[in-house]
Design a protein around this ligand. Structure first.
Ligand SMILES: [Zn+2]
Length: 94
């Protein structure tokens, strides 16, 4: 998620993180609470390369685009028997 620069009517400057599709033109100032307008700057995309931002992006993305797995985590391991009673083997299987 890129961060965007805002400047409020009292002159405070701050950065806020928003998804590109949801970046508001106005928000409340983080310092004084006045209305703050988005400054015209390029999004700070260079900060998205850090591992913390990659983790946040990956977590947010997994809600709408879950990664596809081709096998179960326990594939290849022998299946564990859940009981040792030989009579249970005669029970019908689903
Ligand atoms: Zn302010």
């Amino acid at each position: 998620m890129p961060s965007y620069s805002y400047r409020c009517s009292e002159g405070c400057r701050f950065d806020a993180l928003y998804p590109m599709a949801e970046v508001p033109q106005e928000t409340d100032c983080r310092v004084c609470g006045a209305r703050a307008r988005r400054s015209v700057t390029a999004p700070h995309l260079s900060r998205t390369g850090s591992s913390a931002f990659q983790l946040m992006d990956r977590s947010a993305r997994s809600a709408s685009e879950p990664e596809v797995v081709s096998s179960l985590p326990s594939s290849g391991a022998p299946r564990q028997r859940t009981t040792s009673n030989p009579l249970h083997a005669k029970l019908p299987r689903p």
